[in-house]
Design a protein around this ligand. Structure first.
Ligand code: FAD
Ligand code: UDP
Length: 378
């Protein structure tokens, strides 16, 4: 008889939520994580009284009432509403593309005027594409212009997308932006979901609440002593990289990663918003996050005399870097399918989360997935 029912490799949202529900069902769990802290990518570090999102800005959003009620039963969420602003050559534009953006771009003040301008620019883009001998958009550059026109593409999409993917829009597949939300109302709320917010007191409160009363070890890599870890539990919940689990036998999966350059600034309010995107190609970072605006509102911004910002540089992933975004191209998708075939045959290993399932997962779907596992599990 093993000491634990579950060994959970990884204390991110998948592992922590799994541990929470398993404990509720009387299961004994041990959580291990190779990082020096718990929480995976939602971990925050307190700097100058501000919760800094160490692995990139995290905004919780969902339309699933069960998920929203569940996370709020662990820690109450605030009313943060994501409304990023784009800076192109020093001029500011609201996102997502809405009446505010169209006013800033063209000076139009009514939905009819905005629609007419978009239609005119779309028609020009279609005409250019046809003149070039194509019936359908052949790449992201053409696709974006057919959807929204030249002005928005050139000022708000082109540079940002090229920095994010490290490739020219003309060399990126069209399917990446098959849809672009266009709103003919004055609404800067980035998400369409019913609920959104940030845990009051930060994401560590969510993780601490999920892992309360559960044994957890940090600085502990499963692969440093694999045989031992495999021997102490009946089942393993693995949330690390699936290709590493199988010793890269078919080859390595690729990722995009982000480098964060953090600065403490000696003023209470640096940019007046949590997220500002820099959409021109010449500025090397994609966006600047000012962390205090996720949790401090009104006077509280000024009661905290300093501020912390992070500049985000999107780069190609190499060994030793944090893997962030899976590259869902044909080669990587086929490679993942080979690993998945092996994973499906495992009797005692559950693979879950963004690294083990090699997919881009927002936080709420991760929680939803684990809740689903437990709704069918005795
Ligand atoms: P992770 O949080 O990565 O946890 C996996 C854990 O496993 C890590 O702690 C890792 O150290 C550990 N581990 C790996 N290998 C081993 C090993 N061999 N031994 C021991 N431990 C191991 N979602 C949103 O909903 N809203 C957002 O705004 C948002 N912004 C994001 C921004 C960025 C830059 C990124 C990368 C993601 C963002 N997400 C966002 C997604 C969110 O981070 C994920 O949904 C969530 O972190 C997934 O949790 P996870 O447990 O699958 O993975
Ligand atoms: N995008 C853009 N300009 C912006 C913000 C986003 O062109 O100011 C495009 C870009 O191609 C990006 C995609 O929209 O890859 C999705 O961006 P978002 O920030 O919504 O998603 P995330 O990068 O967080 O996955």
């Amino acid at each position: 008889m093993n000491k634990y029912d579950y060994l959970i490799v990884g204390s991110g949202l998948f592992g922590a939520t799994f541990a929470y529900f398993a404990k509720k069902r009387g299961k004994k769990c041990l959580v291990i994580d190779k990082r020096p802290h718990l929480g995976g990518n939602v971990y925050c570090e307190n700097v100058e009284g501000i919760n800094v999102h160490k692995y990139g800005a995290h905004i919780f959003h969902t339309s699933n009432k069960d998920v929203w009620n569940f996370v709020n039963s662990i820690v109450e969420f605030n009313r943060y509403t994501n409304s990023p602003v784009a800076n192109y050559q020093g001029k500011l534009y609201n996102l997502p593309f809405n009446m505010n953006t169209f006013y800033q771009m063209w000076g139009v003040t009514t939905p009819e005027e905005a629609q007419a301008k978009i239609d005119e620019q779309r028609a020009e883009a279609v005409a250019r594409m046809k003149a070039d001998g194509a019936a359908e958009p052949r790449n992201l550059e053409e696709q974006a212009q057919v959807l929204i026109g030249k002005d928005i593409y050139e000022r708000l999409i082109k540079g940002y997308t090229e920095k994010q993917w490290g490739r020219k829009c003309a060399d990126l597949p069209a399917f990446i932006i098959k849809r672009l939300p266009v709103r003919l109302v004055f609404d800067n709320n980035y998400f369409n979901d019913k609920y959104q917010g940030i845990p009051i007191g930060g994401y560590n409160k969510l993780i601490d609440g999920l892992l309360s009363g559960i044994e957890a070890k940090t600085n502990t890599d499963f692969f440093d002593n694999r045989r031992y870890w495999e021997s102490i539990a009946d089942k393993i919940v693995f949330t690390g990289k699936i290709d590493e689990f199988y010793c890269y036998r078919f080859g390595k999966l690729n990722y995009r990663t982000v480098r964060f350059e953090q600065e403490i600034i000696d003023k209470p309010n640096y940019q007046g918003n949590a997220v500002i995107n820099y959409t021109e190609r010449e500025i090397p970072y994609t966006r600047v996050i000012e962390h205090k605006h996720f949790e401090m509102f009104g006077q509280a911004v000024y009661d905290c005399p300093k501020t912390v910002i992070s500049k985000e540089y999107s780069t190609e992933w190499q060994d030793g870097m944090e893997p962030y975004y899976p590259v869902n191209d044909g080669v990587n998708t086929a490679l993942y399918a080979k690993y998945k075939e092996l994973a499906d045959k495992e009797g005692n290993v559950i693979f879950g989360g963004r690294l083990a399932e090699y997919r881009y997962y927002d936080m709420a779907p991760v929680i939803e997935k684990v809740m689903g596992l437990f709704s069918n599990r005795k």
